[in-house]
Design a protein around this ligand. Structure first.
Ligand code: B12
Ligand code: SF4
Length: 477
């Protein structure tokens, strides 16, 4: 039996400007492949790295990973296969939050995490009895998590770092975030021995093959934890970091700012190889944070905590969002000044986006403020809502301005003055330098596309014609 697992292409500029050596392999598909019985022949096709789908090649079953921004392309791919009589199963965050939409586009969908139900999907397919819906009861313990099939993704196509989940879930309730609903409101963690086994397997399959970069110091294995917060349960994280110390690796992870106000943890993190924390600071305006129920972020503690992290020689990727009701046009300059003064090594900016299934989406929807439902625009770099505190034009100007300011000539050096010459952050900043400049052209292009698509949909609806795959997504209002 033959299974193709597909990660669809995205139209997002963020993706298209990303250097290939920063691209990470599709975690969920390597895991899904590992959950599939051995008698299946599996291929992972990642459109993002230019892999092409041959729709006419013989295949028994197709699985597609669907995040919201990938949904339109995922639905096109599914339609092509289904036209040829090939059965398609979809899963992933977008399917889990909008099962009614996704189920119209696939033969079967998996709602929630795949681990408890994937073997049933396969068994039913083999028996010719595929059901339309599969949903696990409750959240699976991560104890039996298999080792992902790294052999199915080619090392040379991706960043040479291993992505590992050490836990799932989050007890916080930020209204814009899908995580607590998707993965539960408490943390589930994996055993340290399992993580070590996974790291060893990755090293053997991939890492030992990757050459060092010319002129760079000897490469160490870099572990990127895909958890939403690396420091949920003190005991588990401590055990894990003590094990990493012995391995002599580097690692990076996301963590909430409040969890990092802990010098003992920061010292252990550094000792075990921590290079970077990705932190959702989101806004330097406390009222904006309260709007989305991000109570764990206390703006008056930001600078002090950042200093504590820097004192341990750990870099910061700081995420900031714009588009809150309390945001005003002067917020861009204030945020840029904050970033420069606090030497944030990798500032990343997002436009506040209402992901379907979140309470933030429901809130804006009830107020009629969502004007674009083309999911391809839900990459947090396109504006899809009407704001209260500024015009859409103000947001765009400000968003471009802040990129120019923090990545502009002179500012990168100012922010990174504390770092040595050969440093990953310098390389990553360089790549972001051109991002702001390209954004304006990209916005014009996608707005024109969406206008045309909306006009077609309106015309078709007028004459009661089927509107095809784009129907539920493209409604500009
Ligand atoms: C790491 C990560 C990233 C990495 C991506 C790394 C990679 N190679 O995938 C980076 C930093 C690049 C990233 C970017 C973005 N991300 Co992100 N990311 C995550 C994060 C933290 C972990 C993803 C992960 O690997 N999880 C582990 C795997 C195993 O879980 P999984 O993918 O959900 O898969 C399980 C199920 O969903 C299901 N499943 C998944 N696919 C399939 C397919 C089939 C066929 C089946 C049957 C089942 C199935 O089974 C799997 C096992 O149970 C998640 C949050 C989370 N905790 O998952 C957010 C998350 C996926 N990201 C999200 C978002 C919004 C983004 C951005 C759009 C914006 C942003 N805020 O960063 C950008 C997109 C940029 C772009 N243009 O592509 C949202 C998606 C919401 C949605 N409705 O789609 C999430 C859920 C976070 C959130 N706050 O809500 N992200
Ligand atoms: S944004 Fe972070 S802290 Fe808030 S609910 Fe999501 S994962 Fe948890």
């Amino acid at each position: 039996m033959r299974l193709n697992l597909i990660w669809p292409e995205s139209e997002s500029l963020v993706w298209h400007l990303q250097p290939r050596n920063l691209t990470t392999y599709p975690v969920s598909l390597t895991l899904l492949a590992a959950l599939t019985p051995d008698n299946w022949d599996i291929k992972i096709i990642d459109e993002r790295i230019g892999e092409k789908i041959d729709f006419d090649e013989q295949v028994d079953l197709v699985g597609i990973a669907v995040r919201t921004l990938l949904a339109p392309r995922a639905y096109q791919i599914a339609a092509e296969y289904r036209k040829r009589g090939v059965k398609v199963v979809m899963g992933g965050p977008h399917v889990s939050v909008l099962p009614s939409e996704a189920s119209m586009k696939a033969d079967a969908i998996v709602i929630g995490e795949a681990e408890p139900v994937w073997s049933e999907v396969i068994k039913d397919f083999e028996a010719g009895q595929l059901k339309r819906y599969y949903k696990s009861d409750g959240l699976p313990a991560l104890g039996n998590h298999p080792i992902p099939r790294y052999d199915l993704v080619k090392g040379k196509d991706y960043s040479a770092m291993i992505q590992i989940e050490s836990s799932r879930g989050c007890p916080h309730t930020c209204s814009y975030c899908s995580v607590p609903d998707l993965y539960g409101k408490s943390y589930r963690e994996r055993s340290v021995s399992q993580l070590l086994e996974e790291i060893a397997m990755f090293k053997e399959m991939w890492f030992n093959e990757v050459p060092d970069m010319p002129g760079a110091p000897k490469r160490k294995l870099h572990i990127s934890f895909v958890d939403d917060n690396i420091w949920p349960k003190r005991k588990h994280t401590r055990e894990m970091l003590e094990a990493l110390t012995k391995l002599d690796v580097e690692w990076s992870a996301q963590a909430s700012i409040v969890s990092l106000r802990d010098p003992e943890f920061l010292a252990l993190a550094k000792e075990s190889g921590c290079q970077l924390f990705g932190i959702g600071l989101e806004s330097i305006n406390q009222e904006s944070l309260l709007e989305v129920n991000k109570k764990i972020n206390q703006v008056d503690q930001f600078s002090e905590t950042i200093q504590m992290i820097h004192d341990h020689n750990i870099g910061i990727q700081g995420y900031f969002m714009f588009g809150f009701d309390h945001d005003k046009p002067d917020g861009f300059d204030k945020t840029a000044d904050f970033i420069i003064e606090n030497h944030i090594e990798m500032p990343v900016f997002f436009i506040l986006t209402p992901y379907p299934g979140t309470s933030f989406y429901n809130h804006l929807n009830s107020q009629g403020r969502i004007f674009n439902r083309n999911w391809a625009r839900y990459d947090a770099h396109n504006l899809v809502i009407n704001m209260k505190g500024m015009s859409n034009e103000d947001l765009k100007e400000g968003f471009l301005h802040i990129h120019e300011k923090v990545y502009g000539p002179g500012y990168i050096d100012k922010r990174l003055a504390h770092l040595p010459e050969f440093n990953f952050f310098r390389f990553a900043n360089k790549h972001l330098e051109e991002f702001g400049q390209k954004l304006r052209g990209h916005w014009d292009e996608v707005e024109e596309k969406d206008r045309q698509m909306a006009a077609i949909v309106t015309e078709k609806k007028k004459f009661n014609l089927p509107v095809g795959n784009s129907a539920p997504q493209v409604t500009l209002n």
